[in-house]
Ligand binder design. Sequence first.
Ligand code: SF4
Length: 347
Amino acid sequence: MGVSDLSAVPMEVLPGLDPGADLLDVRDLKVEFRTRDGVAKAVNGVSFTVRPGETRAILGESGCGKSVTAQAVMGILDTPPAHVTGGEVRYRGVDLLRLPAEQRRRIRGNHIAMVFQDALSALNPVFTVGFQIGEQFRKHRGMSRADAKRRAIELMDQVRIPAAKQRVNEYPHQFSGGMRQRVMIAIALALDPDVLIADEPTTALDVTVQAQIMSLLGELLRDRRMGLVLITHDMGVVADVADDISVMYAGRIVEEAPVHDIYARPAHPYTKALLESIPRVDVQGRRLNVISGLPPTLTRVAPGCAFNPRCRYAQPVCREDPPPPLYDVGHRRTSACHFHAAVTGDA
Ligand code: SF4
């Protein structure tokens, strides 16, 4: 979906909003894709919450269901082939999945906004960036062109695009990758949403620019008391930004924990393997590990634990029985592994 596809309706208060409720409370969300090859359960009972000023990272390999989760929360999945088959997506207590399409559209941009992965394809090449940022104010707030342009310059300043007054008249191709991503963030912030969903916002950027964008997102989050859902495959990206991490594998959350605990003491073999596959400055003289094999094809997931063909802790029970649901393993951490104690070394 392009950034200009947001609804052209003015912001209004949604009936039933509870200011005391979590910003976002996703419960047992299920999404499946009905294809010619069969039904792929892309999101299979995912739950998480986000509070004001908090960042929830959803981490996993390509195809694990993290982006589908984000799109289901935003209500921008293509149906068919995607179908939300169960669960709740509560925004300040209101279940968005039960709202009529028109009301759902009002949420997008106004209350929950998304920063897309590929700024170059999300931005329209034939309009200036100022026009595209200003479009939010013209469409949603009924502002004049001049006022919308003035607000666009203010937003470009806020996301630290240098010489905003001059650059507001430039086109996306005249911006570097990092600056284009800042434009995307400006568009997402335009209507002052409570929740920002950033889907791999730094994937196409080099490491220094990645750090700048993540630090900018962190500052904006603190200043505006927003909630951030950060979708990423990169454990390095989340370390300094996230409060809590949900690790996803084959459509399910397999481990959930505060960020520092997950780095210090992972409680699921998949999380542990991911951590062993990245270089860390706090662990020296260690060989990097490769997670052998590939994630399962979601139309043909074998019985038992979906990670078992790749898991060095697997036992016969893992091939026969499904893994346990996420359960408390202490210190606000949950794991969906029969043998979490072997992973943490408590066994
Ligand atoms: Fe590995 Fe078994 Fe735990 Fe699955 S349940 S992650 S296969 S040890």
